[in-house]
Design a protein around this ligand. Structure first.
Ligand SMILES: Cc1ncc(COP(=O)(O)O)c(C=O)c1O
Length: 439
């Protein structure tokens, strides 16, 4: 067999992609600056998705680029086990200055999925080291997305991510999801209805007994399933139920972290502090892969017993706290701080909300919802062909110079936090035109 040419599209099996469709009509991005991508031909594409919810400060930010360039020349790699490098400690210390009160320790990973696995393992191990080793169950939620590894898809609740992969982790149960368009369609911010869905956790506790449950994991705002904003009071109630039963509460803040809701983290927005917080994406502005899991001191300290020469937690990655990621992360935090980006979404949120809800009476739209700088527009599916209408809109928006994202028949929008009002108008105007013309 002849070897493929360097530009052959066949060899790369693309992730979460309709490979055959893509390869018939490739969408390639060759450059990026601030709010725009550029195709190989130099056509600008306005980024309404911050890459994949990660480029919160916009593209090609000089400070971050320079920090990575300098770092790669200075120290390319340092072993992550039994060794480290100064920027790892600097970055962790900087991060815990902006995390919610009490979340004082960071464990570094390379992605959201790895952060999820790390958090679940910390939860199980913590229950054991504190003498509660019968607590081995993990509780997730329907429609939750926690990455693609086995722990994450087990606690996650999106059918396509689970059905092909066997029996998954045992001892997992799921709460009901909170999506209730019949009562909450076209809500701005947190929906009025649905706090009672938190009581589903009580049902699960009654079924399994609290002494078997280690942790509950939820996204403060479920993103990948189509932007499900939690009902008013729901997360507070989950916190209360967890406290009552000695269950750890894990927030997966992979998309809500680093300013997306107008506060540094979702925990700040909702006034609910978890025991463990999962992050990735915006931690380095998407420039170098990285994730971090934050834990309360009491969790970290519970491991710091026994002989001092022994490893306390048997977990870690070759690239945990990679020097390039730490350099990118420190420069990202500087950029966020200098430009007020961790709170900028709060200023833009009313304008953003008006823009998203201006689509209410547009053809095919059955719901619109928003929070911070996140928006979702849900479309009536084409009968017998779910997901096709939204996917066609995605293709057409790309043709017209705007990058949106779809999941099912839901369009999800999450632009970089540096966006201008004019660019918000451009996104919504293009989407409106595309929807009006859509079949
Ligand atoms: C809430 C949540 N958790 C985990 C992940 C997985 O992150 P990654 O793709 O970096 O593994 C994502 C990715 O979108 C996410 O939104």
């Amino acid at each position: 067999m002849t070897r493929p040419l360097p530009n052959d599209l066949d060899a790369f099996w693309m992730p979460f992609t309709a490979n055959r469709q893509f390869k018939q009509s490739p969408r390639l991005l060759a450059g990026a600056k601030d709010m725009h991508y550029y195709t190989p031909e130099g056509r600008p594409i306005l980024d309404a998705t911050a890459g994949l919810w990660c480029v919160n400060a916009g593209h090609g930010r000089p400070k971050i680029v320079e920090a990575v360039q300098k770092q790669v020349a200075e120290l390319d790699y340092a072993p992550a086990f039994q060794m480290s490098h100064p920027k790892a400690f600097e970055f962790a210390s900087r991060l815990v200055q902006i995390t919610p009160e009490g979340m004082d320790h960071a464990f570094f990973t390379n992605s959201g999925s790895e952060s999820v696995e790390t958090a679940l393992k910390i939860a199980l191990a913590y229950q054991r080291v504190r003498g509660q080793g019968t607590r081995t169950r993990l509780i997730g939620r329907e429609r939750g997305y926690h990455g693609v590894n086995f722990g994450g898809i087990s606690v996650g609740g999106i059918v396509s991510n689970r059905k092909m992969f066997g029996t998954l982790l045992s001892g997992v149960d799921h709460m009901r999801h909170t999506h209730d368009p019949a009562r909450n369609a076209f809500t701005r911010g947190e929906p009025e209805h649905g706090i009672e869905l938190a009581e589903d956790l009580e049902r699960i506790v009654t079924l399994h007994d609290a002494s078997t449950i280690a942790a509950v994991i939820v996204e403060p705002v479920a993103g990948s399933t189509g932007v499900l904003v939690p009902p008013k009071g729901y997360l507070k109630r989950l916190r209360e139920i967890c406290d009552k039963h000695g269950i750890l509460l894990i927030f997966d803040e992979v998309i809500t972290g680093f300013g997306r809701l107008g506060t540094p983290f979702g925990a700040d927005y909702f006034g609910v502090t978890p025991d463990i917080m999962i992050t990735a994406k915006g931690i380095t502005n998407g420039v170098v892969p990285m994730g971090a899991v934050f834990v309360k001191s009491e969790i970290h300290d519970a491991f710091m017993t026994g002989p001092e020469h022994l490893i306390e937690f048997f977990h870690g990655y070759t690239y945990s706290a990679h020097p390039l990621a730490c350099a990118a992360g420190i420069a990202t935090l500087d950029t966020y701080a200098e430009e007020g980006l961790l709170t900028r979404a709060a200023e833009l949120a009313p304008y953003w909300a008006d823009a998203i809800h201006s689509l209410r009476d547009t053809k095919h739209v059955i719901d619109a919802r928003n929070i911070g700088l996140v928006g979702a527009v849900e479309l009536e599916p084409i009968t017998g062909e779910p997901t096709k209408r939204a996917f066609s809109c995605f293709l057409e928006c790309f043709e017209r110079g705007v990058l949106i994202r779809t999941t099912g028949d839901i369009i999800a929008l999450s632009p970089p936090l540096i966006i201008s009002k004019g660019q918000i108008d451009e996104i919504v105007g293009t989407l409106s035109d595309v929807l009006k013309a859509a079949a």
